[in-house]
Design a protein around this ligand. Sequence first.
Ligand SMILES: [Zn+2]
Length: 313
Amino acid sequence: MEYAGPRAALATLGGSPTWGLGDRFHELAATRGHTRLAVHRPETPYGLGPEVEHYRGPSGREFLRIPTYGQVVDEDPVLHASEWKTFWILWKAGVRVLLVGGTSGSCDWRRTAADEAAVRPGDFVLPRSYLTRDTMPTGLPGTELEFCLPRQVAIMDDPFCPPLADALRSRAGRVADFRFRRIHGPEAGVVLNRWLAGNGFESLATCRMLEASGRQIGMPVITGDCVSPVLARVCGMHLAYYHVVANWGTGLEPEDPTIVLNKLYMETLPAVPASLELGFLDEVSEPTTCRCRELLRARPPEYARALSPRAAK
Ligand SMILES: [Zn+2]
């Protein structure tokens, strides 16, 4: 299938940090000198895709924005293959740097007032690694990336591009009129428990388990939304992921996460991450000092020949 949408090397999937802006991200962007050139709705091999906004920033750089991880109102993202549609679009559009933001709970075991270094609500996190407890897309069905394991394998060291994490860290430290309580870089070893598009929060048991395993491996765990790091790597993209800690994991502390989250999404945020994203996208270029592309390893041709041949069409 031919891709009929706009092309760019940079893209953002928006996400929960900018949720509170509703469909007005472009209005805030305009106040920062970014022009929304057009809005597209491309067809994909998996059905009609999400909206694709095409922007040009003050420096002349162009980027794409797909709102909220490619999700569509009233459609189950898994049932409607939203991650495949989104990545097919980004891949065909030639995207090399993909920015994704998330929010959600901290399951850090260090929760007393004296635990200064802990990952707490109000913090900004650049995770070091991730856990996958749900099935995640690892290829793009119907394309040469459908099941590419015999030809190439994604090594998942540095799932989140380190130079891009540095760029995000420095941006987060100089947002106008706002201070994150603390910024945790990759050296803090925070683990993202990837959780996308469920209709509920994690249960108390899940949070207790993440708290205990974090203590055991010496890496605090946060829960949060992020697209598949494997899919990003297989599609040849550098994944820049940032996380704003909104609340404690459900049940770990006597707080109501919906109240905390609504206040955060509607009031405290979302202009802060929106400005951070716009500034980042207008400045960043494809990193050359990371291993993101090298970590997608080619394999000997024998491996593919060891599988049954493709069925005759
Ligand atoms: Zn990279």
